[in-house]
Design a protein around this ligand. Structure first.
Ligand code: NAP
Length: 246
């Protein structure tokens, strides 16, 4: 059965990439491309699933409008809060529709976070390195911060001691950021896009987990997975890790 898909924010960088990916998928049909200035109501052209990649200022209003139009929604736009997520969850329940919102549709990044969380309690030391293009304005990256928090929570839950570290003198901040007890190092280097490593160390052994996103097409397998799994889920699903059966 073909799933009819609308893309909201279709002229944007991610929107264009989603339109290409949907058009190339045999089981999906691109039926609507909606951009700023075009109302959602009346322009969905029979879509069953809408994919929303716009800007944080409008994404919540778009999702409510889409739910009112009776479509299921896959959202990639960032900037969600606990409150806005709760409102969308309630609306999805009330309209008996389904919404998937994921801050990262990169399968390699989502899997790396999960693997790191699972491995973290079994190693004495763990550190995170995130590597990005030099235009990125924030550090550490949201994904690296989330990775560190999940590692930290897993270690606390397992009763594992803090990573050993004898550093007493570090006037230049060479040990990086300390995110809930996990050191995170940010590299900005021309030629890179978005990459992350988790280093885990025990006496005489090391595990290195690494993921590389070379361009925004890296998000498309995750977006297509969400499109194919959103219908019939019910309510709000936050995070692609909830969609992948690990
Ligand atoms: P972008 O190139 O600026 O695209 C955003 C598009 O949304 C623009 O074409 C914009 O149109 C349009 N837009 C604005 N208001 C709209 C409205 N009310 N209705 C419909 N369209 C509207 O940004 P991007 O790089 O594609 O990123 C989009 C979002 O995705 C950002 O929040 C980004 O952080 C996020 N993102 C998420 C992931 C993930 O894995 N979850 C990955 C990459 C990016 P105008 O230019 O005419 O205003």
């Amino acid at each position: 059965m073909t799933i009819k898909v609308a893309v909201i924010g279709a002229a944007g960088r991610m929107g264009r990439t989603v339109c290409d990916a949907v058009s190339q998928a045999e089981d999906l049909e691109l039926v609507a491309q909606i951009d700023a200035g075009v109302s959602i109501e009346g322009n969905l052209n029979g879509a069953q699933v809408a994919v929303e990649f716009t800007v944080p200022a409008v994404t919540e209003a778009n999702v409510h409008a889409l739910l009112d139009c009776g479509v299921d929604v896959v959202v990639g736009t960032t900037g969600w809060t606990e409150e806005s997520l709760a409102r969308v969850g309630e609306h999805a329940d009330a309209t008996r529709r389904s919404v998937i919102i994921a801050p990262n549709y990169g399968l390699s990044a989502v899997l790396l976070m999960s693997f790191a969380e699972k491995a973290a309690p079994y190693f004495e030391s763990v550190e995170v390195i995130e590597l990005h293009h030099p235009e990125k304005v924030d550090a550490p990256s949201g994904t690296a911060t989330t990775t560190a928090k999940r590692i930290s929570a897993a270690r606390v839950a397992a009763g594992v001691a803090a990573s050993p570290d004898a550093t007493q003198i570090d006037p230049e901040g060479a040990r990086g950021a300390n995110v809930e007890g996990v050191h995170v190092h940010a590299v900005r280097l021309r030629g890179l896009n978005a990459h992350e490593e988790v280093l885990l160390g025990n006496p005489a052994e090391q595990l290195v987990l690494r993921q590389d996103s070379f361009d925004r097409t890296s998000f498309m397998p995750g977006v297509l997975l969400a499109i194919r799994n959103v219908m019939g889920r019910g309510g709000l699903t936050y995070g692609l890790d909830k969609v992948i059966d690990l």
